[in-house]
Structure formats: structure tokens, C-alpha cells
Design a protein around this ligand. Structure first.
Ligand code: CDP
Length: 207
């Protein structure tokens, strides 16, 4: 059975953490689609053409060092606005969700464009301030030297670019369930997501 959970939302809203935790809870596989755009961005920063880089992308590229850096994140949101880059990355994402068993995939356009028929669609959001604070903490824990102001600016710039771009802009699918994590602990957010998925999963088993 292919049971797909699509998770979208703006930068640093907690999508990745929630996606990993629910995949672990249900024994589903997980793909962070942001890594595809970050891997293309890392190659672009080294001088590659973004479209050629996305067409030649290999699974191993997702394990490259430094994909989490703010420079790569900024470039990722620039290359992600290119229609041809997005088109080149569709097959990889579709093959991933075609595997047997459940799959969780998180990104910006998963519920709207990549998996419009997903069994569950979640839209994870939080205030820009809360998101910047969390990303700042994550980067500090990863020993990156950053300031909260710089992280806030990065998050706002990427949100703006992701929401306003022509190609697959960030937006909640009309049938997505929104979880606002501003006032939630990560445990509470994961619990809320598990509850939604559990209900949908039980329903599918009864079909
Ligand atoms: O972890 P964070 O939410 O900060 O970013 P990410 O999910 O790794 O995505 C990095 C950038 O890739 C985003 O700012 C988007 O521009 C782009 N992206 C996208 O356009 N579509 C996706 N499905 C995933 C990421």
C-alpha cells in the first residue's frame, strides 16, 4: 500500500523534525525534498549551471557537507524558482513515494503539485520570529557562527521568494490541515501530526 503524508510549510517551521518523527513513529520512509534544492544550490555555488545540476542530481549528492548552511539555503530558494529545475526534480520525488509502505515527504509544493493525492496533507507554520529563533538555535548547535538578525533576514527573504514565485509557490493545499507550532513544543506538534495521520491511516485500512 502506498500511503503518502505530504508536509509543507515555510522555512524552519518544524516540518523536517515533524516529518522525521512521524516517519519513525509509523515506520514510513522519509524524504526531505528541500535537500534536493539545497544539493542543486551547493553545485551552483561551485559554478555549475543549476538546470544541468538538477538534471544530473544523484542520491549521493544529498549527503554533501554544508547543505544546511544559510548560504546554501538562500541559493536553494533562488534555484527553486526556476521552472526547469523543479521539473528535473519531479521524477526523483515521484519514485520515492511509489515505494511500497508509507512515505513522508516534506517541502513547499508537496501537497499542491508533487503529491496532490496524498492521503494526508499537513501545513506546518509558525510566526517568523519563532522560526528564526529555532533556526538560529539549530545553526548554533551545529557550530555555525551566525546572528539572530541574519537568520531572521534569511528566513524572511526565502519566505517572500518562495511564496511569490511563479513556479509552484509555497501555499497550503486546500485540503491540508494546518498546525501552527508557534506556541507548541516539538513534542506537542509531533503528537498533533500523529493524531491526524492515525485517523487517516485507520480510514484507509477500512477501505
Ligand atoms: O529547512 P528549511 O525549511 O529552511 O528549508 P528547506 O526545506 O531545506 O528548503 C530550502 C529551499 O528549497 C526553500 O527555501 C525553497 O525555496 C526550496 N524548496 C522548494 O522550493 N520546494 C520544496 N519542495 C522544498 C524546498
Amino acid at each position: 500500500m502506498k500511503f503518502v503524508v505530504a508536509i509543507d510549510g515555510p522555512a524552519a517551521a518544524g516540518k523536517g523534525t515533524i516529518a522525521k518523527a512521524v516517519a519513525n513513529h509509523f515506520g514510513f520512509s522519509h524524504l526531505d525534498s528541500g535537500l534536493l534544492y539545497r544539493a542543486v544550490a551547493a553545485k551552483t555555488l561551485k559554478g555549475a549551471d543549476p538546470v544541468a545540476a538538477s538534471e544530473a542530481l544523484h542520491e549521493d549528492d544529498l549527503k554533501a557537507d554544508n547543505l544546511r548552511s544559510p548560504e546554501v539555503a538562500q541559493m536553494a530558494s533562488k534555484v527553486a524558482a526556476l521552472e526547469d529545475v523543479r521539473l528535473a526534480l519531479i521524477d526523483f520525488q515521484h519514485s520515492f513515494v511509489q515505494q511500497d509502505g508509507g512515505a513522508v515527504i516534506d517541502g513547499r509544493d508537496i501537497g499542491t503539485v508533487i503529491c496532490p493525492d496524498a492521503a494526508v496533507k499537513l501545513y506546518i507554520t509558525a510566526s517568523p520570529e519563532a522560526r528564526a529563533k529555532r533556526r538560529f538555535q539549530e545553526l548554533l548547535n551545529g557550530n555555525k557562527s551566525v546572528t539572530l538578525e541574519a537568520v531572521f533576514k534569511d528566513v524572511k527573504e526565502r519566505d517572500e521568494r518562495d511564496v511569490t514565485r511563479h513556479a509552484s509557490p509555497l501555499k497550503a493545499a486546500s485540503d491540508a490541515i494546518t498546525i501552527n507550532t508557534t506556541e507548541l513544543t516539538i513534542e506537542a506538534a509531533v503528537k498533533a501530526a500523529i493524531k491526524v495521520i492515525e485517523t487517516a491511516f485507520e480510514r484507509t485500512k477500512q477501505l
